[in-house]
Design a protein around this ligand. Structure first.
Ligand SMILES: NC(=O)c1ccc[n+]([C@@H]2O[C@H](COP(=O)([O-])OP(=O)(O)OC[C@H]3O[C@@H](n4cnc5c(N)ncnc54)[C@H](O)[C@@H]3O)[C@@H](O)[C@H]2O)c1
Length: 270
């Protein structure tokens, strides 16, 4: 038996128009899964689908906002009618807001509380609401896997990114909480895990980690110094853990958060 077979799996990916979610969607298609990508803006969604179709025809796009329950429910209904099941949900939509980050010359007391709330909304509720809407469909068959995307900011204080860190810490807690709840109430076919990427240069953190000329910023260099592998990650380095968590290879694994961080979380800095 091939523990890693994804061939008959219906996998939903939010944030698939972004850097990490897009790379994951591509990898899953290459590995024969059916991949349904969810995004809240029509033009990027269409262009992501047509790019991904170059890899496999087994991809479809659905327009919806991860923080709007009504739009997610409408999509769940369409997916259930078309495919009859959801095997995996990957919550890769997420991000930060400039006002929820403390600028280099700002004090914590200047944080924009409204933007702080928006970051919590996107990262936490943007994982909770899809998990509840699509998880409900999985629970009907007592089978399904949810994968959240956490961050190194969840466990230890990373300076400046206050709102983002609080939201990702809550994602970790939600991952464990939901894993326990679903296994106890619906049995061992329902699993919830997370990956915690270290530092990957993407749209959200490019300005924090690099200078305009492409060299690393002071913060970028500090991160590299605290990463035993001495480099940033490549988006495709998430794929192994994602494949494992999607597949039967992780059948008895629930409630974990896997760091993919070049050793950042293991290192004391000394
Ligand atoms: N890049 C990194 O180094 C890094 C590290 C750790 C964790 N993460 C997390 O990984 C996830 C993906 O990050 P990324 O670097 O690919 O970011 P990204 O900005 O490239 O992708 C995020 C995607 O989510 C979409 N999105 C935002 N709001 C949405 C909404 N309301 N509904 C639907 N889609 C919405 C964005 O438009 C974007 O396409 C995020 O949760 C991020 O916090 C990233």
């Amino acid at each position: 038996m091939n523990l890693f077979n994804l061939e008959n799996k219906i996998i939903l990916v939010t944030g698939a128009c972004g850097v990490l979610g897009g790379g994951i969607a591509k990898y899953l298609l290459e590995n024969k899964a059916t991949v349904l990508i969810l995004h809240y803006k029509e033009t990027p969604l269409k262009s992501a689908v047509s790019e991904l179709k170059k890899i496999s025809e087994k991809v479809e796009g659905y327009l919806c906002n991860v923080v709007e329950e009504k739009s997610l429910k409408a999509v769940a209904e369409k997916i259930m009618t078309a495919y009859g099941k959801i095997d995996v949900l990957i919550n890769a939509a997420g991000g930060n807001k400039p006002g929820a980050t403390i600028g280099p010359d700002q004090s914590v007391f200047e944080v924009d509380v409204e933007q702080f709330k928006q970051v919590i909304d996107l990262n936490l509720f943007g994982s909770i609401i899809p998990s509840l809407v699509f998880g409900k469909e999985m629970a009907k068959h007592k089978k399904g896997t949810i994968i959240n995307v956490s961050s190194m900011a969840a466990d230890r204080a990373l300076t400046r990114v206050m709102g983002y860190s609080a939201s990702k810490a809550a994602v970790d807690n939600f991952t464990k909480w939901l894993a326990v709840e679903l296994a106890q109430k619906y049995g061992d076919g329902m699993r919830v895990n997370a990956i915690a990427p270290g530092f990957f240069i993407g749209n959200q953190n490019r300005a924090l980690l690099t200078n305009e000329d492409g060299s690393y910023s002071e913060r970028g260099n500090t991160i590299i110094k605290n990463t035993p592998m001495n480099r940033f990650g490549d988006a495709d380095e998430l794929n192994g853990a994602i494949h494992y968590l999607c597949s039967n290879a992780s059948k008895f694994v629930t409630g974990i958060v896997i760091p993919i961080d070049g050793g950042f979380s293991a290192f004391s800095g000394v």
